[in-house]
Design a protein around this ligand. Structure first.
Ligand code: KG4
Ligand code: ZN
Length: 353
């Protein structure tokens, strides 16, 4: 029997048993990560090598550097993850890998490495969509959470409002028509001379500022649940330049607080409207921007006031990691999905049909 037929038999047996320990690999952007996750819910290991310090020197992710650093980081991460889990490779049931969306070279590093590992260790290989991974961080953080629920996914590359109708089944309710929320945070942070990635530091600075100090335009958005950040971002950056040209220094804390307030209000308004209109009882949040402290507190406060159950993962599961990939992989495998050895990286992979 060839590898693929053998793997199908192994995956069928795991599906029948209803349980699996999955080793998952994430390398779509500037974090290399390997995790071990049991039954889609229990985090057994979470090993991460971040490249942020290196990319910060260039003001953003340099794809070629990212790919090379993934190659260097990945082998030691396997040892670390197995050690954290207290397992040997033979005790792992399956290997999972992010195959898109993301930077092609970065994705390819993880995909080829995971294919080699799965083949050599004779384990089934499960393909995972990175955005689906972000949503699934909620399953690890909240063992009681089950679909259906509405989820805001806001990261450096994506901003979506998603209706999770069943495990692995997603309906797009709203999306950004231009920049992602994280991208807007990072670009506005730049005018405040905050190093890449600006989102987390801008968030800290904003905690000490007055969010009414500056007035920014309310962005016009085409669809009821869609976002647009590009106009707001440009207006905010231009206003900073104009003030500086007039010799006026801007107050970075107030500036950060006023901008954060605008973005968070927009994200929360639209997410709650989408959740309430679709009759959802639960609302969740995911992606790097879900680490934003105001977004977390506002979604919690306003979501509860609207009668919804609110699910927010811990910050470390919001930013890129492989635990979320291991969780999504479990439900993919339970639905009968496996990757062939010809699996390729798909930089523009969608999770909607
Ligand atoms: O999900 P993620 O780690 O990577 C992508 O898949 O893009 O998201 C990274 C993005 C960056 O733009 C970063 O600035 C933003 O998430 N981010 C934040 C915060 N923490 C991370 N944005 C605002 N406030 C934060 N606390
Ligand atoms: Zn991400």
């Amino acid at each position: 029997m060839g590898y693929e037929a053998r793997m199908r038999a192994k995956a069928d047996a795991l599906r029948e048993k209803g349980s699996a320990v999955i080793l998952s690999v994430e390398s779509s952007c500037d974090e290399t990560a390997i995790a071990v996750v049991e039954n889609g819910r229990v985090e057994r290991a979470n090993a991460i090598a971040s490249q942020i310090d290196v990319h910060a020197l260039y003001g953003g992710v340099v794809p070629e550097i990212a790919s090379r650093m993934h190659v260097e980081a990945i082998d030691p991460l396997l040892d670390e993850a197995l050690k954290q889990a207290g397992l040997s490779l033979s005790e792992i049931d399956a290997v999972a890998v992010t195959y898109g969306p993301g930077l092609v070279g970065a994705l390819l590093t993880g995909v080829s490495w995971a294919k080699a590992l799965a083949y050599a260790a004779d384990k089934p290989l499960i393909p995972v969509n990175h955005i689906e991974g972000h949503v699934s961080a909620n399953y690890v953080a909240h063992p009681d959470l089950e679909p259906p629920f509405v989820c805001l996914v806001a990261s450096g590359g994506h901003s979506h409002i998603v209706n999770v109708t069943r495990y692995g089944s997603y309906e797009l309710l709203g999306r950004t028509t231009d920049d992602a929320a994280g991208e807007a945070f990072d670009k506005v942070a730049r005018v405040l001379n905050i190093p890449y990635p600006g989102g987390p530091l801008l968030d800290k600075l904003a905690d000490e500022g007055d969010d009414h100090a500056y007035k920014f335009p309310h962005p016009h958005t085409p669809g009821k649940y869609d976002f647009s950040f590009s106009g707001l971002k440009t207006a905010v950056i231009n206003q900073a330049h104009n003030l500086r040209q007039q010799g006026k220094e801007i107050d970075a804390k107030d500036w950060a607080a006023s901008f954060r307030r605008c973005v968070v209000d927009l994200l929360v308004d639209k997410t709650l409207a989408a959740a309430l209109d679709t009759g959802a009882k639960r609302v969740a949040v995911a992606g790097g921007v879900a680490a934003n402290s105001l977004l977390r507190s506002e979604l919690e406060r306003r979501g509860k006031r609207a009668g919804l159950e609110v699910y927010i993962p811990p910050k470390r599961l919001c930013t890129d990691n492989a635990v979320m990939i291991g969780s999504a992989a479990f439900y993919r495998m339970m639905a009968g999905e496996l990757a062939p050895l010809s699996l390729n990286a798909l930089p523009a992979l969608s999770m909607f049909g």
